[in-house]
Design a protein around this ligand. Structure first.
Ligand code: ARG
Length: 460
């Protein structure tokens, strides 16, 4: 059988391999509802501009609504020989309302049609991802508030650096997620133009009004250049970039959770329902969820790369290469949305092992920098000098297998006789944490305030 939609000038049927490589229905059926909405907006505009009769438009809309309900009820049969979602729907429309269905494609091409569908799909899904990001931020801020004074070691180079609060660590991710969110919001502005009516590439001689269909679909205006409208996919690249950055950010939290639940760290525990077992080692409780979040980032970046490479050097206007934008996009959105949901569940149920984190925070001479700061303040010496003094203090403590806070005043004085008992008394682990009051610093007071502010903002 020749293709029903475009087979007029063909004398033989399409090779089945070409049919197979050409078909996108396996994945672009995800666009079905957007395609129907786009068609309704288009046909309504055609009738308002007296390009088709009102009665014809009504019939087409009625047929499209019937198809919508068939799809919703899973009664719609997608056919590979009809290639893509656009022709599957148009073909079914013809079956339902007869040859009048053929008027739907007046002043339109699948090129502007698919570009419109993708933009509608992006709008919907970006808004959905934004909601999921906010959920995760809330869970992080809530957990941060519960742990505003839970002490843990802060790391640089994965070496214990300085004590921080667990709440502070969690709020760090609330901040990066808010930038992730704002990137999506920015992208919605650039998405706010409608390609419909660009037709194949050149526009059309029918007296259409693209502002009507753009408005009906919730766009602020039509895209200004018909070639750009059908050939650009930078909005998909932008979304994939935003998804990649977001997934990289949460992969870092995933990695930390994987470290924290290991018996070496044992900083946090996950409930049974968020861990998995081993088929051979009966004792195991594995953080598979976090591991998969970590790895999904690779998959999402792969999708971004795929589309970069598809688009690089592609001449204007439409080429079938553009059909390859969909699978990476759909997969990336699904992967990221699932990752955020899993991360939200993990964060809301994670239990910090407070004692263990506190013990760890005291290891690794983590208060050395703060002792150096105290020396600067008490002895009025340059920081470089106090850095050196505390360096020898650490070396002495290490050789003698002692913690810095265990050293006696005599031991301090042996290293530098200016050190007084009042100075040594200031060296308290708790004071050190509570004094980190600089803006954005880790003191419990700061963290409690920041967590409350975030929760207020997120619940508004
Ligand atoms: N399935 C196609 C795509 O996803 C729709 C546009 C087809 N256009 C064409 N001129 N063959 O890009």
């Amino acid at each position: 059988m020749k293709n029903k939609m475009w087979g007029g000038r063909f004398s033989s049927k399409t090779n089945s391999l070409i049919e197979e490589i050409n078909a996108s229905i396996k994945f672009d059926h995800h666009l079905a509802m957007h395609d129907i909405n786009g068609s309704i907006a288009h046909v309504t505009m055609l009738s308002e501009c007296s390009i088709i009769r009102e009665g014809e438009a009504k019939k087409i809309v009625m047929g499209l609504e019937k198809i919508r309900s068939e799809i919703t009820k899973n009664e719609f049969e997608y056919k590979t020989e009809l290639e893509d979602i656009h022709m599957n729907i148009e073909n079914r429309l013809t079956e339902i309302i007869g040859p009048i269905a053929g008027k739907l494609h007046t002043a339109r091409s699948r090129n502007d049609q698919v570009a419109t569908d993708i933009r509608l799909y992006l709008k919907e899904n970006i808004n959905n991802t934004i909601v999921l990001i906010e959920e995760l931020q809330k869970n992080l801020a809530q957990q941060a508030l519960s742990n505003f004074d839970t002490v843990m070691p802060g790391y640089t180079h994965l070496q214990i650096a300085q004590p921080i609060t667990f709440g502070h660590h969690l709020l760090s991710y609330v901040e990066s997620l808010s930038r992730d969110k704002s990137r999506f919001i920015d992208s919605l502005n650039r998405l706010d133009e409608c390609p419909l009516g660009a037709a194949a590439l050149a526009g059309t001689s029918y007296p259409i009004d693209r502002f009507i269909s753009a408005k009906a679909l919730g766009f602020s205006r039509p895209m200004a250049n018909s070639l750009d409208a059908v050939s650009s996919r930078d909005m998909v690249l932008e979304t994939l970039s935003n998804l990649s950055i977001l997934s990289v950010n949460i992969s870092r939290l995933a990695e930390e959770i994987i470290l924290w639940v290991s018996s070496e760290f044992n900083f946090v525990s996950l409930p049974d329902d968020l861990t998995t077992g081993s088929s051979i080692m009966p004792q195991k409780r594995n953080p598979d969820g976090a591991e998969l979040i970590r790895s999904k980032a690779g998959r999402v970046i792969g999708s971004l790369n795929t589309l970069f490479i598809v688009l690089k050097g592609l001449p204007l206007a439409y080429s079938k290469d553009l059909q390859e934008d969909k699978e990476p996009l759909f997969d990336a959105i699904d992967s990221v949305d699932l990752s955020i949901k899993v991360m939200s569940a993990i964060i809301s149920d994670i239990k910090p092992n407070i004692e263990i984190m506190l013990i760890a925070a005291k290891k690794g001479y983590s208060i050395a920098t703060d002792i150096a700061d105290i020396l600067v303040q008490e002895l009025d010496i340059p920081f470089r000098e106090s850095h050196k003094i505390v360096g020898s203090l650490v070396a002495y403590a290490e050789i003698n297998n002692k913690g810095l806070e265990d050293l006696k005043i005599e031991e301090y004085k042996a290293l530098d006789e200016r050190i007084t008992i009042e100075l040594v008394n200031r060296i308290s682990f708790d004071n050190i944490i509570y004094n980190k009051l600089s803006f954005g610093g880790t003191s419990p007071e700061n963290v409690e305030k920041a967590a409350k502010e975030w929760l207020k903002k997120l619940n508004a």
